[in-house]
Structure formats: C-alpha cells, structure tokens
Design a protein around this ligand. Structure first.
Ligand code: WTA
Length: 637
C-alpha cells in the first residue's frame, strides 16, 4: 500500500495546507481519488453552517469495508491486520491477517442478516476489547447497519438511554469482559438495560469469560452457534452493501452540557477519507509498522485509530484487552517489546499514572522498536510530556499531541510526527483541510499571535459530524448557534508567538476525567436521583492523575448521622446510573448553593472553591444569599 497523499517534509505540509485552504474541493478530491469507490462523486462539497448542512462526496457510492478489507486482499492478504493481546499475559495472543479478518467479517455480516438486520438498522455493540468487537463493527458497516458502540464501563441505565435514543433493533455483547483482575458481567448488564428497550428484538452473545448468563428464549442467541449456522449454509462471502457517501456509518454517544448524551453521527465517505488521511499523515505510517493505540473501541479514538484509520490504510493495528497497570505497571512496555511496536498512541492520564510507579517497570524493557509516540484526549502537562519523551521515547521519538473530538471524526490539530517542530503541551498546527479560528465572547475573530480565545473551525472537513441522531436542531444549537457561521468546539485555546495552538480545556460544562468526557449536568441528574438529595452542583477540579476530578456540592433533606456512609451511597448511585467513570471524587454536603437572584447557580464560585482558589471568588455581594459562600468555604474538602 502506498499513500501518495502522505506529507514527507515541512514544505510538503505547508504546500498541502495552502492548497487545502485555496481549493478545498480540489484538495480533498485528490486525496479521495486513492480510495475504492463504486461510483465517484458528483460534487465534492455542499455546505452551510446555518441550517446546518454538510455533504461531502455527494452521489458517490462505496462501502468502507471494501476499503478496509477487500482492496488489501491481493497484496496484504497474509499480513497481520489485527494483533490482539489478551488481558492475561499468560493467555496466547492472536494474529488476524487481512484475509482472516475479511472472512470473519463476511461470516458475521451473514449472521446479522440471518437475524433480520437490514441496511439503516441501528445495532448497539457492548463488548470488551476482543477481536470480535472489531469484527462486529465491520460486519455492521458491511451490510449498511449503523453501529452504536457503547463503552463497556457504562451502566445499564446509560446503555438503555442510548438504545432508546437510537431505537436499536439488535444488541451484540459478550458474556463478560476481563479488565485487570475484574470480570465484568456484560450480558447481565445488558439484561437489565433491555427491560426498558422494547425495540431490541435480538441479542447476540459472544463467549469470552464463561461467566454464567441467562439466555432469553427467542431473543438471545450465541455468536458461536450463529456462526456455525452460516457455515452450514455454504457461501462464506458477503457482498458489501452499496452505500451513499453520506449514508450514516455510525452513531457514537458523547456528553455535552445538557443532561442527555447526544448521538454524534458520522457518515461513510467523508469519515473514511478523513480517518485515513489523518492516520497516515499524523503518525507518518509506513507499511509494515505496528500501530498500538491503547484506547477502547467504545470511544472515538478506538473507532478512528484502532479500526477504520489503520485498516483502511492496510496497517497492522494492535488491540489490547487489558489495562496498563495489570498485572503490573510494565504491561504497555512489555507489549511494545513483545510485538516490536512502532507507534504508541495513548492518553496523558495513562502516562501520569504510570509515572507514579517510577522507572522500575520501564527498565530492562526493550523499547528500541518505538519510532513515534502520540497523546490524545486531554491537555498533556509538561512533566508527563517530558517523562514520555525521555523514558519511553528515549529522547529520539517525536511525540504527537493530537487535539480532536468525537465530533471531528479524526485528528485536527497536531504535529506531524518527525516533521513539525514540537513544543511540550502544544498541539501545534492544524492538519491540511482544518481551518481553526479563535474568537472572543462576542464571536469576533482574534487575529495575530500570542492570543487566547475560544476555538472554532470556520470551514468543513470531511470527518466532521453531520447531525446529532434524531435531533438536527440540537446539532445546530450545540455547535453552530454560539457563533454565527462557525463550528464551536467548546474548547479554550491559546495561539502563541509561533502560531502554535495549545488547547487549554473546555469552556462549557463538560468535564474531562481521565480523558473521558462527562457532562456536569449528567452527574447532577444522577446525584439528584439519590433518596434524600434536594439539589446538587458539580464542577471539576485539577487532579494529579485524572487531569480533572469531580467535585459535588450536595444539599440533603436532613443532616445525616453518618455523612461518610451517605457520600459513599451517593457515589454508588452515580456509578449505577452512569458508570464508574462518573463517580464523584469529592462530595461536600452544603445547606445552600450560591445563586444569582434569578436562581442561576454560580458555578464560577464553586469551581474556585473546588480549585482551592479561595481568595479570588470575585464579587459575591449580588448573590441571593452571600453567607452561603462562607459556609461552603469552611466545609471545603
Ligand atoms: C479534549 C477525544 C487538549 C478537548 C478524541 C476536547 C484535548 C475533548 C486533546 C474531546 C489534546 C482532546 N489536548 N485537550 N490533545 N484531545 N482534548 O470527544 O477538551 O472524547 O474537546 O474526543 O477532549 O473529547 P472526546
């Protein structure tokens, strides 16, 4: 596989960037020409950010799996597509070649068809990180079903919300999932979720942990049995459904500033081109290299840089079932050593947590295969950046600090590995096709360098979301109504003297806890469901390892005799309703919350208190009840 659109030098980058701004349609048509289309587009781009409507490659016909699988068979059939490393290092790893993967995807696509799934149907996938997860995703894409992968750490309630919103007709899950020394009973969580999901007619259960499960007659079937059945039917292939470039490929739910997660919709053609382009360029992928992204496929990073980006490029993608600290903090380095990994793409929170174990787990691991390092999901602090650079990259590997979002489909602002001069803490420069702009509160452009503002994007790129599922007006309101004619990212940003971008964090009510996006309103809603809670307010505060921690101020109906027990119960409720990732780190009982006279909670003040910035609370005299602030300060945790 060759990538004629791969940038090779800084001059290449500058030239590509210029061209992508002067003639975006010509630029992306040139890139898209190197993919497999059944029919080429009539028009490269149609757009307006008012309605808003964005269409890339209109009229083109294709299937993303033909680009990820079929087109590699002749040249890469025997090359590894997926290397899978299990949770338990004693268990054997698996290597799945492009031909194996093609066969397995076709087989499972036929299983889906046998179970009544048709083009356009929504399929919810709730599985651990085993190859069957990638197979399930690709099998959906093969037959034009829209997948909605839900991260294995979400609770039954969260799954039910997502299934209901998408009106999914089928669920694919596992009996259980291994994560470190835990065994998560996925099927039983699904059983709970489905009590509230009448649209789901079938559940396909893949065996992994042999955890006992109950199977509902007529609804639940075993993955392995279904595969046997299609095997006896003979024809192992499954023709790919012909999709329009703008047909939906998947929905992925993510948190915003309201209580209800939104279904971010990505479409087939633009997403494919962008996931591939950003992968090949950012990481400077070379054929034969092993690419290891430590994300879970339940998040966008896994969609774009474990599955679609690497596979569409004919790359070898390494999929890891477990976690960086199991059985010990040397696990990632062992995997790098074992498979001669070329690129390691991980999150600052993982780096910070591994730093805490010192160099013991790193020493004596052979990391000489590493050529490139990447970071994603949250701002990376300089200390972590340097630790990663010096101790893992041994000073010789470039680090790409990649800024992007579920909504953007792929990496947007990033150094190009080994080409862009890096600067710790900076995502540096936009990829070709990406036109960032900083604006002030009123939406006026902040020009020049050495400035701060809110980060917007002023021109469409192929990987951008097209709508929020079932609610186009929410799409408009969330992203295009804050500033006219601009896509608003929700992030604050600095552009320094060199024109380099540094993302400073969310400016809305979205928290980033260990690289996971969580809406404060979601957590508040969950806390408020706990018996005895009258009201709550949730803010983020700096946390050494997680980046941000969750701080909850809670008003109870009456004082409890055992406050610590009550706090534990409240945290447990949040965990049950959303998932363990949303558990508050600190809960403070208060008798009131600082509110304006119109009843709005002054989060700014609560944030300052949580951050321990007690002397800079600003003017509190206009509050409904200023005394409440002193009380909260006194009780600060
Ligand atoms: C944050 C993850 C600083 C940002 C791919 C964004 C980052 C949110 C970076 C999206 C980075 C992501 N530096 N902040 N390199 N990458 N973010 O949707 O606040 O899970 O808006 O997508 O993560 O999170 P999401």
């Amino acid at each position: 596989m060759s990538y004629p659109y791969q940038i090779k030098t800084l001059e290449d980058y500058q030239q590509a960037y210029q061209q992508s701004v002067i003639d975006p349609e010509g630029f992306w048509a040139n890139v898209a020409d190197h993919f497999m289309w059944r029919r080429k587009w009539d028009k490269v781009l149609d757009w307006n950010f008012k309605d808003p409507e964005i269409k890339w490659f209109s009229g083109a016909k294709m299937n993303i799996t033909e680009n990820c699988l079929d087109r590699h068979l002749a040249t890469l059939g025997n090359s590894p597509a997926i290397i899978w490393e299990p949770n338990d290092p004693e268990e054997r790893h698996r290597i799945i070649t492009y031909r194996d993967l093609y066969n397995k995807v076709c087989q499972f696509a036929n299983v889906l068809k046998n179970n009544g799934v048709k083009k356009g149907d929504r399929v919810c996938i709730y599985m651990g990180m085993i190859p069957e997860l990638a197979i399930a995703v690709l099998a959906c894409a093969r037959i034009g079903a829209i997948h909605s992968v839900v991260f294995g750490g979400f609770s039954a309630q969260s799954i039910a919300d997502r299934i209901q919103d998408a009106e999914a007709s089928l669920v694919i899950t596992c009996d259980g999932a291994y994560r470190g020394n835990k065994d998560i009973p996925l099927k039983s969580v699904i059983d709970d979720a489905l009590m509230a999901c009448p649209t789901v007619k079938k559940v396909i259960v893949c065996t992994r942990t042999r955890t006992p499960v109950s199977m509902l007659k007529g609804r639940d079937v075993w993955w392995e049995d279904e595969i046997k059945q299609v095997e006896t039917m003979g024809n192992p292939s499954c023709p790919a459904e012909e999709m329009d470039a703008e047909d939906m490929l998947f929905i992925l739910y993510t948190s915003g500033s309201t209580g209800k997660p939104k279904g971010v919709v990505h479409t087939c053609g633009g997403y494919m081109v962008y996931a591939n382009y950003s992968f090949v360029n950012t990481f400077q992928y070379k054929p034969g290299e092993v690419f290891f992204c430590t994300a879970d496929i339940g998040w966008i990073t896994g969609h774009s840089y474990i599955v679609y980006g690497p596979l569409s490029a004919g790359a070898t993608t390494l999929m890891f079932e477990g976690m960086p600290t199991y059985p010990d903090a040397g696990r990632l380095w062992e995997i790098v050593d074992k498979f001669r990994v070329d690129t390691l793409y991980t999150a600052p929170t993982a780096i910070r947590s591994l730093m805490g174990y010192g160099l013991g787990p790193v020493n004596h691991k052979d990391l000489s295969s590493l050529k490139k390092l990447g970071s994603v999901g949250e701002p990376i602090n300089e200390e972590a950046w340097h630790w990663f650079k010096d101790n893992i990259g041994k000073g010789r590997c470039p680090i790409v600090d990649t800024w992007w979002q579920t909504e953007t489909g792929g990496i947007m602002i990033t150094p190009i590995a080994g080409i862009t001069k890096e600067k710790p803490g900076f995502a540096t420069l936009p990829l070709p096709g990406v036109q960032p702009i900083l604006v002030d509160e009123n939406g006026n452009e902040i020009k020049g360098n050495g400035v701060n503002g809110n980060l917007c994007i002023k021109f469409p790129w192929p990987g951008m979301l097209r709508t929020t599922y079932g609610d186009h007006d929410r799409f408009r309101k969330t992203y295009f109504s804050t500033y006219e004619n601009l896509y608003f990212t929700g992030d604050g940003c600095t552009r320094d003297e060199d024109g380099y971008y540094r993302i400073t964090g969310r400016v809305d009510d979205v928290l980033n806890v260990s690289g996971h996006r969580i809406g404060t309103a979601e957590v508040e809603n969950a806390i408020n469901m706990h018996a005895g809670v009258i009201e709550s307010a949730v803010v983020g505060y700096p946390h050494d390892i997680k980046g941000q921690g969750i701080y909850a101020y809670v008003i109870m109906e009456r004082l409890t005799h055992e406050p610590e027990l009550s706090k534990k119960d409240i945290a447990q409720t949040v965990s049950r309703i959303i998932g363990p990732i949303a558990k508050p780190d600190k809960i403070q009982f208060v008798s009131g919350l600082p509110k304006t006279r119109s009843g709005k909670i002054m989060r700014r003040i609560l944030r300052k208190i949580a951050e321990n910035d007690l002397d800079n609370l600003g003017d509190t005299s206009t509050l409904l009840d200023p005394a409440v602030v002193d009380e909260i300060k006194k009780g600060k945790l």
